[in-house]
Design a protein around this ligand. Structure first.
Ligand code: SF4
Length: 470
């Protein structure tokens, strides 16, 4: 009997994307388009909440944005304001209950909330709240915020939100919708992006500018770390809800997560990635004939590497964009079946060539090992692997799904051992110093904990140290 083959993906997984519109007659449809552009940030579930001033409407489901929102579903999402969320679960499992936006009716009124990030003290807060009688509907960390808002003694919603958020730790970019207001909020360290824009007099907010481009909205500015932007018919108001903390923008957004056509943390992602490739070529030159990217995410860094080294760029690995998660494999086993479904080498380009193979990151190393074999079998005489970020040695606790530390190849093996594991002729990683330079980080505003193991929040750092000592 044929068996079902689960395709592997050797990347850190994306987290979530948020998008919202306030003051536009087609708010839900525009939010749907925004989520479509942010689909790469989460492909397990999506939802939209809208308001017509009288009530809040909600539609959520498991699956991709395109499948979830039928014309009828969008028709039912009435009103001139909407927020949407697309999700890959980083906390809580993949059930419909955990899909967002979360909607509640509490003493502060009816509200919907969409969260990108991860709260590092959610479990502790949840236990405390349950002890005091709170009943949780989901296993998601986001619900903790909602319970804290409901329990706050503050008289108005901004006060209750500030109360709640000053008790949580970690990463959050939030959109909150009430009957007549929308809030865009970013944690004081600013781990995840959140931006504001305008469209035909309406306000829009979202994770990345690629979503603004699709609906022809104009980029205005980032929501500042520690800022709560309140949008109502009366206009826009900026409130600070937490004291200033050192900024910790996620550097992996620049390396891999965000779309290359987006501007994230005020910087064009494609430009950052090309610069990573250029600096990689300076740090780890190779005597080679062609530069080949691992598509799609390795392309900008490979362009930069080829540019700097003056070695010709070749798209000698072709990616299939139509691959699902599972596949039926024939009885007769095919070597590296999963990788071959996704990538096919162009023999004519590779035959007899010394190849620089550029990828954006190396997590477990298992897929890269197969790709190196694929390239050799297609005739390459040498394969030099170049990675456009430093060795990934530590998991992320700030809204990215990462394997356990033991599964990260760079936490277990030296670069020379990894080279041998991959079967490559040479291996070079971009240094942390150059990565910071490539994203223009002159003031230490980026989080780099997955490369250093030094975490910017106290609770996580203490846990990690206790784990190491234990
Ligand atoms: S640990 Fe890594 S992935 Fe997580 S926020 Fe920091 S830089 Fe980003």
């Amino acid at each position: 009997m044929s068996k079902v083959h689960i395709l592997e993906d050797d990347h850190f997984h994306d987290h979530c994307g948020v998008f919202g519109v306030f003051g536009h007659p087609e708010a839900a449809k525009l939010t749907y388009l925004g989520l479509y552009a942010l689909q790469h940030r989460g492909q397990e579930s999506a939802g939209i909440a809208s308001t017509d001033g009288g009530d809040l409407h909600l539609h959520r489901s498991l699956g991709h944005v395109q499948e979830i929102f039928t014309p009828q579903a969008l028709e039912n999402l009435k009103g001139s304001a909407a927020i949407g969320h697309t999700r890959y679960s980083t906390a809580g499992d993949t059930t419909l209950l955990n899909a967002q936006p979360i909607m509640i009716d509490c003493n502060k009124g009816k509200l919907a909330l969409g969260h990108n990030g991860n709260l590092t003290n959610a479990l502790e807060l949840r236990r405390r709240l349950e002890h005091r009688g709170s009943i949780f509907q989901t296993t998601s960390d986001t619900e903790v915020i909602v319970h804290l808002v409901a329990r706050s003694t503050a008289r108005n919603l901004p006060g209750a939100l500030a109360d709640a958020l000053n008790q949580v730790e970690g990463a959050y970019s939030l959109l909150v919708l009430t009957r007549d207001e929308m809030y865009a909020i970013r944690d004081p360290r600013g781990f995840r992006p959140l931006i504001l824009g305008r469209l035909d007099g309406a306000w829009v907010a979202g994770s990345e500018t690629c979503a603004f481009d699709l609906i022809d909205a104009d980029y205005v500015r980032e929501v500042e770390p520690g800022e709560m932007v309140r949008i109502s018919r009366g206009g826009i108001e900026s409130l600070r809800f937490a004291p200033e903390k050192p900024h910790q923008y996620c550097i992996f957004e620049q390396v891999y997560f965000s779309r290359p056509d987006s501007i994230v943390f005020g910087r064009a992602v494609n430009k950052s990635r090309e610069q990573m490739g250029r600096l990689l070529a300076r740090e780890h030159p190779a005597d080679a004939d062609i530069v080949v990217p691992l598509p799609d995410s390795g392309v900008p860094a490979a362009v930069g590497y080829a540019d700097e080294s003056r070695i010709p760029f070749r798209m000698a690995l072709i990616r299939s964009h139509y691959v699902g998660r599972t596949f039926i494999e024939p009885e007769q086993s095919i070597r590296d079946f999963g990788v071959k479904l996704k990538l096919n080498p162009v023999r004519e380009d590779l035959e007899g060539q010394r190849v620089v193979l550029v990828d954006d990151s190396l997590v477990r190393g298992t897929t890269s090992r197969k790709v190196v074999r694929l390239v050799r079998e297609a005739g390459a005489s040498e394969v030099h692997v170049r990675i456009s970020c430093p060795p990934t040695v530590s998991p992320c606790y700030y809204g990215i799904d990462t394997p356990r530390r033991e599964e990260l190849i760079a936490s277990q093996k030296s670069p020379e051992e990894i080279r041998r594991f991959l079967g490559a002729d040479s291996l070079g990683y971009l240094s942390l110093e150059s990565l910071r330079a490539a994203v223009g980080d002159t003031q230490g505003k980026y989080c780099t904990a997955c490369y250093t193991g030094v975490y910017p929040t106290e609770l996580v750092q203490l846990e990690v140290e206790a784990h190491r000592e234990g």
